[in-house]
Design a protein around this ligand. Structure first.
Ligand code: ADP
Length: 455
């Protein structure tokens, strides 16, 4: 962010439900919204809802949503003063934030230098360890070369996980449980890191088998205010990708939450963070370890919004305009429990590969304390070009059980049909009935361990 600047028009460099989410925030704030879209997205809900929509390129993301020149030209051409990057795509690419600034556009997110430090997982680990936050045993920096990998693995111990320094979205990680597969895991991780992130630097970290994933939402403005908005438990994952997220989560003692929140706030203060961000941790009992920071709005931000009443995208936009956060830590009082389920267009009978096709029927659930964030509508064709997220269903309840019962009711109301379109709803509903999930006992490996077990 390059300093306070009047903003009346926001360019949205993203697609899908998050583009629509930002359009809605803009509308409520009296800001004009401009959505950049690729050819197959011409007919999406965000394009329809925005004040203006500008075609930025073809289906291939590298020539549209990931191509700064097209985005900057569209933003400037539409008279925008700010760029909201959403999540994914260029949202955590410091060079893009830099390019925005060079073109006089306010990037809605932290300063490029802060993003570069925290977005690099090795850098973030180092910074957090330096301020007394526990991290798992691991390499000090990226590791390269067979001999170094073997030596480092010896020091760290098995099992371990090979991760991309530039990683995200649970992609490209390799868990290594025995010495014989160490080098092949290392090589595979490098190949996928290069493929996904164009950066093959990898590092090693001790792998914990039975952990919960707990993350802290923070908000920081350019006036020195850093607040946290509670935790989200995102332990329900498939192949390291989140499926169900909840707040406050089933098994988080107050002392652990307090510790995590304090670490996140300290991390944000040390880094000079501004905007909305998330600090992620692994938790076993009362032991915690920092794993990474996400320098952007997250898919699961609505659960925090439901419990706290804070509109995070609105706050992002206000902070980007140089305004201070209008409330204080003591004003943040999360109420009850909220849960989000990701309804993905995926085929459970074919290993959850993305499914595509025209939606003949698409009737989202409603009723009390149910929120659905989706860009889909009847007649829209689910495209195979991008991620498979079709809708996010978020429910609130006075307690966890009520939120989960309400979620089951809501998912049961969802009507989605169309040739070739399958969804994760049956999987999610199965989970909502699962006694171990209901008891709050699931760790991050739970679902993968149950593959083929009927879910
Ligand atoms: P990404 O940025 O790709 O999402 P993360 O570092 O956030 O990657 O990790 C994603 C998930 O992978 C975590 O939520 C957790 O389930 C698993 N994971 C990552 N690191 C470890 C570790 N050291 N031990 C056990 N599980 C891990």
């Amino acid at each position: 962010m390059s300093g306070p600047r009047a903003i009346d028009t926001v360019f949205i460099a993203n697609r899908g439900e998050i583009a629509l989410r930002v359009v809605r925030a803009c509308r409520e704030m009296g800001l004009r919204s401009v959505v950049g879209y690729s050819v197959p997205d011409a007919d999406t809900a965000a394009v329809r809802a925005a004040d203006t929509a500008v075609r930025i390129g073809p289906a291939d993301g590298r020539r549209s949503y990931l191509y700064p020149p097209a985005l900057i030209e569209a933003a400037l051409g539409a008279g925008a003063q700010a760029v909201h990057p959403g999540y994914g795509f260029l949202s955590e690419v410091p060079e893009f934030a830099e390019i925005c600034a060079e073109n006089g556009l306010v990037f809605v997110g932290p300063a490029p230098g802060v993003m570069a430090e925290l977005g690099d997982k090795v850098g973030a680990r180092r910074m957090m360890a330096g301020i007394g936050v526990p991290v798992l045993p691991g390499t000090d920096g990226p590791v390269a070369g067979d001999r170094a990998v073997l030596a480092e693995a010896e020091r760290i111990g098995l099992p371990l996980i090979v991760k991309a320094a530039a990683g995200g979205g649970g992609r490209g990680m390799q868990v290594v449980t025995d010495r014989d597969s160490l080098l092949s895991g290392y090589r595979a991780a490098r190949v996928s890191a290069r493929e996904y992130f164009g950066d093959d630097r990898v590092y090693l970290e001790r792998y914990l088998e039975q952990v919960r994933h707990v993350e802290v939402q923070i908000l920081a403005d350019g006036h020195g205010n850093v607040l946290h908005l509670g935790a989200r438990d995102c332990s329900l994952q498939r192949r390291h990708q989140k499926l169900v997220e909840e707040t406050p989560g089933p098994a988080l003692p107050a002392e652990v939450l307090g510790k995590l929140a304090e670490y996140a706030v300290r991390g944000a203060q040390t880094a000079g963070y501004t905007g909305a961000g998330t600090f992620e941790f692994l938790v076993v009992g009362t032991e915690v370890a920092f794993i990474e920071t996400n320098c952007r709005i997250q898919v699961e931000h609505p659960v925090t919004e439901m419990a706290t009443g804070v509109d995070l995208v609105r706050e992002q936009l206000r902070i980007a305009a140089g305004e201070p956060i209008t409330f204080q830590q003591a004003d943040v009082e999360p109420r009850g429990a909220a849960v989000e389920c990701r309804v993905n267009a995926e085929d459970p009978d074919r290993g959850f590969v993305p499914s595509a096709g025209r939606l003949d029927e698409f009737v989202p659930p409603g009723g009390p304390f149910v929120r659905v964030d989706t860009h889909a509508y009847p007649g829209w064709t689910v495209t195979p070009h991008y991620d498979s997220l079709l809708a996010k269903v978020i429910t609130w309840g006075a307690d966890r059980d009520q939120a989960l019962d309400r979620m089951d009711r809501a998912l049961g109301e969802f009507r989605i049909s169309g040739a070739g379109v399958r969804t994760t709803i049956p999987l999610l509903r199965g989970l909502l009935q699962d006694p171990r999930f209901r008891a709050g006992e699931c760790t991050t490996s739970y679902l993968d361990g149950r593959d083929g077990a009927g879910l």
